[in-house]
Design a binder for this molecule. Sequence first.
Ligand code: NAD
Length: 498
Amino acid sequence: MRLVRFPASDKAGIPETTRKGRPVTVSPTTYEVFDPATLEVVGTAPLHTAEDMERAVALAGTAAAAWAADRGARRSALRSIAAAVRTQSGRLGEILSREQGKVLREAVMEFQVAAGLFDYYADLEWDQTEQLPERDGRRLSVDYRPVGLVGAITPWNFPISLLAVKLAPALVAGCTVIAKPSPSTPLSTIALVELMNGFLPPHVLTSVTGRGVLSRALSTLPGVRKISFTGSTEVGTAIMAQAAPTVKRVTLELGGNDPAIVLPDADPAFTAAGIIGSAFRNAGQVCMAVKRVFVPRSLAGELTEALAAAAAGLVVGRGLDAGTSMGPMHNAAQRDLVASLVTQAVNDGGKLAFGGGTGTSLPGYFMEPTIISDAPHNTPLVCSEQFGSALPVSVYDDVEDVLAQLNAQEFGLGASVWTPDLDRAGELAARIEAGTVWINQHTQVELDAPFGGWKASGMGRERGHWGLSEYLQTRTVNAMAGTHAVAAAGASSAAQSS
Ligand code: NAD
């Protein structure tokens, strides 16, 4: 197997000048990164320290003013980056597939999505200054200025597209960024940052990699003005607390437990194909995947059969192998958690309708696409975020009960309604407490529509102009024509009489 290796010997810490003359993340020590399918080492990444993070923050400060001043240069750099990422998406996708486990096609797609985001934000028109109506001789303008240094903290499930959705608006807004990937998927982030640094001024963008204390350092250091985080609700709330003493802004994209609500008139085969395509994408490790299905009693048997038939079409294997349509889960803890939730759902009265196995000829963290029918509404596989290759199907008698149950829960990331009756679907969608409601599809996101969660699923929005505004702050300039001659004369006569 070819190893992906990165430079790792700069005694002075970060950053080091590469062959391209741009900074990359390096460190005197490294740690190994593993392939979740084979458990082989696929490369090494710098094991940065909290002191390295402090240096990265200080260096970002040296680049901030010039970067914030030249909007044209920022847009042009992002366009060049988009083109280079597209051209190199095959090579980059392979790095991502190896360290994350996902199917190569989906890994390449992540980089193409990133390129689309860089182009979108480079082209997005927005006013840096807005004039408000004049009043009582006063002129008001509002400047939109970058918030400053952004810490971008990302999870392991979509290391590149979830980073790009932060980098593109942050950089175009004029912010500098430190990217802190998940410890288990650093290599693709390093590769992307290295490529981007071929087009960016030094220290505008840095990646810092490692374990433990690093993330905490980023969300506590005073020079960091904003944390943009994607990950679990548990860590998101910790970050809010860590960021509070230095009053950092936060954008939090957190967990979800998206339901698919199937109505009695839904076509079973069409609905099953759509649900399976969402539920087992990236081995089910998608924040906005269908994580549970609610089906009316009249359709339950037919829909379960159709779901099992669609799941049977998935080929589980190593992401890099041709023909694989679902890779392993990313780590042992996640796989074992989901397997135990499946066991508990069966013990609670659910039925194993498809899958259930966790073994393949490879030693990695595999789990068959697994469907549990008749899953009780209160079993943890249904009512907690399971984040893996399992899909519970729960029966309902009254859709109003399902709606009440869902809206009473803490997650509010996404949901979908499946029916040919778009009016009925729209009426239900309008009553669901979630950041996105899909109709007859699930998981599709758009460049120009906001994405984010309600309640414990997050705060702030990514994508579209909403995503850009997360990286801007306003400065109101309130100007009155002063009567300075009178004031100056008054001041001078006051001085003479004293
Ligand atoms: P995680 O929350 O464990 O870790 C995410 C990132 O936070 C990692 O880089 C990690 O190193 C860092 N981190 C951990 N502790 C920290 C701390 N105290 N301070 C600062 N940073 C810290 O998430 P994960 O296991 O990598 O990813 C899975 C989770 O992410 C799931 O809950 C999933 O729903 C969620 N997710 C949400 C979205 C969304 O857009 N809403 C998208 C993808 C994943």
